[in-house]
Design a protein around this ligand. Structure first.
Ligand code: C2E
Ligand code: MN
Ligand code: MN
Length: 406
């Protein structure tokens, strides 16, 4: 099937522009053998390439291009299918935008094309050309340094790692994971993640219940979360707990129960954040909203977890505005290399900034993901890059430090 990939990248400083022509000539031989055609634009700093051909060959060549050390910050903009080639002439032409007048450069590029329609039809690939040539999206090109330019150094002074004894006869336990602001070197909050008494996953814990018992168990478990947080000495610290949205609706007196347990463990409502997971539809929205109203009037903050996934979509924000939202790893993974993920996250950030809602990125594993998200305006992060969850304890946190000479 005829497949199209478009990407953008940044030429490495140490590669002379002159070397590009030889590079393209060499690549052309390989592309020709694989029946891959297209066009390569260069604006003095950035490349923009369209590859067209049989799916397998396009993916293989693109994968090689991704590993080419002569360019960096490669972002995939489009992967699509088409009935015919847009640039079907043999070989891959290098087109230097700087050698043309601004007003006519787009037309020159399109003249290289072999499609009948040019910009007459709303072809996404050709619209990407227009955007690149006219440089209208340039403020969204975040040039991030290589991930290896940072060291992640555990600093145990401010928040020393520590743990408490586990009661193995209890019906559940909790792991704690920090949400951090890396540049401020501050812990924003600790999230309590449910575990079985011997440290098993949330799924293992909830599998033991069926029907409405899940909601009661979900609520009851928070007693343990607050107790452990109290014992770990998280008295001056924000503490996030997860609840199914329907727990507040289905269990009578749920908010009162939470408030009692918060107080019983020497905590205050103002330090608690309740995160609602997206995995269920909020089917009784009026009752849910009423429970949220009770949480808020008691001083508890509200977050929407896994924002943008499942049922926690944009419509939810029209109906009620949480204090914070969390973007999940599904969107965060390799965001620095994916145009679609970047566009979605930028839209979420813009929307939340208009509504003064704090945004946190969850599941951050790579330095490049973190740096891209910082460039986009996020400053709160949770992920293995900084600290993994620690069962019945607080892990040490690895803070980023710029390597000397970088
Ligand atoms: P969540 O609220 O989004 O919690 C974050 C999850 O991401 C945790 O999984 C954590 O271990 C994982 N995580 C953190 N950093 C990284 C990373 O860098 N990479 C990857 N791949 N994963 C990372 P965990 O502990 O297995 O929890 C899974 C989900 O279970 C939670 O997702 C939450 O939705 C749910 N859950 C946890 N505790 C409770 C609870 O008390 N009540 C309810 N209803 N749900 C809970
Ligand atoms: Mn959560
Ligand atoms: Mn999650």
């Amino acid at each position: 099937m005829l497949t199209t990939i478009i990407y953008r990248s940044h030429l490495c400083e140490n590669v002379p522009v002159k070397a590009l022509e030889e590079m393209v000539a060499a690549a052309n031989i390989k592309n020709g053998e694989s029946d891959v055609t297209g066009i390569l634009l260069f604006n003095g700093t950035h490349f923009f390439q369209l590859l067209e051909g049989p799916e397998e060959s396009v993916f293989r060549i693109y994968n090689n291009i991704c590993h080419d050390k002569r360019h960096y910050n490669l972002v995939e903009l489009l992967c699509d299918y088409a009935p015919s080639r847009r640039f079907g002439k043999a070989g891959m032409e290098l087109f230097d935008l700087r050698t043309y007048e601004r007003e006519e450069v787009l037309q020159h590029v399109l003249d290289k094309g072999t499609t009948k329609y040019q910009l007459t039809y709303n072809d996404r690939a050709l619209q990407f050309f227009r955007t690149f040539v006219e440089a209208t999206e340039k403020e969204n090109y975040y040039e991030i340094p290589d991930g290896s330019s940072w060291d992640f150094i555990a600093d145990d002074d401010a928040n020393p790692a520590r743990s408490i004894e586990v009661d193995e006869t209890a019906d559940c336990g909790f792991a704690f994971q920090p949400i951090v602001d890396p540049f401020a070197q501050q812990v924003v909050s600790f999230e309590a993640l449910i575990r079985t008494a011997d440290g098993g996953s949330p799924q293992a814990y909830f599998n033991a219940f069926s029907g409405n018992d899940i909601y009661a168990a979900d609520l009851q478990s928070k007693k343990m979360a607050f107790a452990m947080a109290g014992k770990l000495g998280l008295k001056e610290q924000a503490l996030s707990v997860n609840l199914l949205p329907m727990t507040l609706v289905n269990v009578p007196g749920a908010v009162g129960f939470l408030l009692n347990e918060i107080e019983a463990n020497g905590l205050v409502p103002e330090q608690i954040v309740v995160e609602f997971t997206e995995s269920e539809v909020i089917s009784r929205f009026d009752e849910f909203k009423d429970a949220v109203r009770q949480l808020k009037s008691a001083g508890i903050s509200v977050a929407i977890d896994h924002f943008g996934a499942g049922f926690a979509g944009l419509l939810l924000l029209a109906q009620f505005q949480p204090d914070r939202i969390k973007i999940n790893r599904d969107l965060v993974a390799d965001v620095h290399r994916s145009g679609p993920r970047q566009a979605i996250i930028q839209a979420i950030i813009k929307c939340c900034s208009s509504l003064e809602i704090l945004v946190c990125a969850v599941g951050v594993e790579k330095a490049e993901e973190w740096m891209w998200l910082e460039s986009a305006g996020i400053s709160q992060f949770q992920g293995h890059l900084f600290a993994s969850p620690c069962f019945a304890g607080i892990p040490s946190i690895a803070w980023p430090e710029k390597k000397a000479g970088m």
